[in-house]
Design a protein around this ligand. Structure first.
Ligand code: ZN
Length: 118
């Protein structure tokens, strides 16, 4: 019964979406969202994300810059990788980490801004 469907219109969809007329979030999405905020609820992980925000950084350099052990850094990077917050490039035996994409980095930047403004 396609004749009863409203014509699809992206602009309209976005407007209805932002007005809050949408389906409840499914369990999987809720889990990922709350895990993502959990990832940001740790000072070490925030420091790591902030350090790699602008350029890819090796595990060694992260450890040096933040005065952390390699194993602590590796442990936290695995956590962040599992949540798709970071990715890495391998060059020989060195792993260079960078943000997987800008979505959560945008949240981090906004939160830093909020923390620092009057
Ligand atoms: Zn603010």
């Amino acid at each position: 019964m396609t004749s009863n469907h409203q014509p699809e219109n992206n602009e309209h969809s976005i407007n209805t979406h932002s007005a809050g007329h949408h389906e409840p979030l499914d369990e999987e999405t809720l889990f990922i969202i709350t895990q993502t905020f959990k990832a940001l609820a740790d000072p070490t992980r925030v420091r790591i994300l902030y350090l790699i925000a602008e350029r890819e950084v090796s595990v060694n350099e992260i450890a040096d810059c933040l005065s952390l052990s390699q194993s602590t850094v590796s442990h936290q990077l695995r956590f962040l990788k599992n949540l798709r917050l970071v990715t890495f490039r391998r060059a020989g035996t060195t792993l260079y980490y960078s943000p997987e994409d800008q979505h959560v980095m945008t949240i981090l930047r906004q939160t830093i801004h909020h923390a620092q403004h009057d």
